[in-house]
Design a protein around this ligand. Sequence first.
Ligand code: NDP
Length: 244
Amino acid sequence: MKKVIVITGASSGIGEATAKRLAKAGNPVVLAARREQRLQAIVADIEAIGGQAAYLVTDVTQREEVQALADLAVEKFGRIDVWMNNAGLMPQSTFDQLKVAEWDRMVDVNIKGVLYGIAAALPVMRKQQSGQFINVSSVAGHVVHAGSGVYAGTKFAVRAISDGLRQEEAAAGSHIRVTVISPGAVATELTETITDAAAKKRIDALYDAVAIAPERIAEAVDYAIAAPEDTSVNEILIRPTKQV
Ligand code: NDP
């Protein structure tokens, strides 16, 4: 069955790869991010292969904009089967540098953006008595390193929020599924958000050595969505084979 799929952070990397894979399989996709030209180009690519796609320029830190995204999906395609909270950034640095504006930004996008997505899509899914959240955490949602404290904190939070939601929806019998996708190093633009030179050097070296393509993560998302409705894939932890 074809599903209506909303993806935040769809203008590059994992979100773009997932949108293209799922649209190619015939699912209507609704794309969100801030860079409009990127979104337009991805929609054009999808339409060129006969897929259905729409986009809305959305900053996930603005609750009204995330609500408008949900409204657009329902208006255009009638329902929301999957909502993928994927937008995120990773400006890693040590605490002593006091890059407080970057801490704020990570909390706003990586945590509050996910919460706003839940607030926008949950009422629609409750009404449908079906739906699935795909919340993107990270290996950093399991493991902390010096320099990754705030980023890891946001990704631990994504896992906690997701499991709280999962338990509530299971108890309510709402047929809503919650899946966490926790990737290791993936070759995307994410590392460009790092402003600290030492952290950038360390992470670029890791990514240059081991990172896998975003299409690998798109395959994992596809698997979680395709599971039979009575089965909830709760988390997929997926690393490059060479990542320690
Ligand atoms: P990219 O930088 O390629 O993608 C990040 C996406 O988030 C972009 O589409 C960007 O779009 C969007 N975004 C950033 N801020 C906002 C905002 N305020 N509102 C809306 N969209 C926003 O990196 P990835 O594809 O790697 O990242 C996707 C997710 O995967 C993130 O949550 C990241 O933490 C997670 N992840 C990535 C890993 C990796 O190694 N790459 C590993 C583990 C997890 P725009 O700038 O146009 O708004």
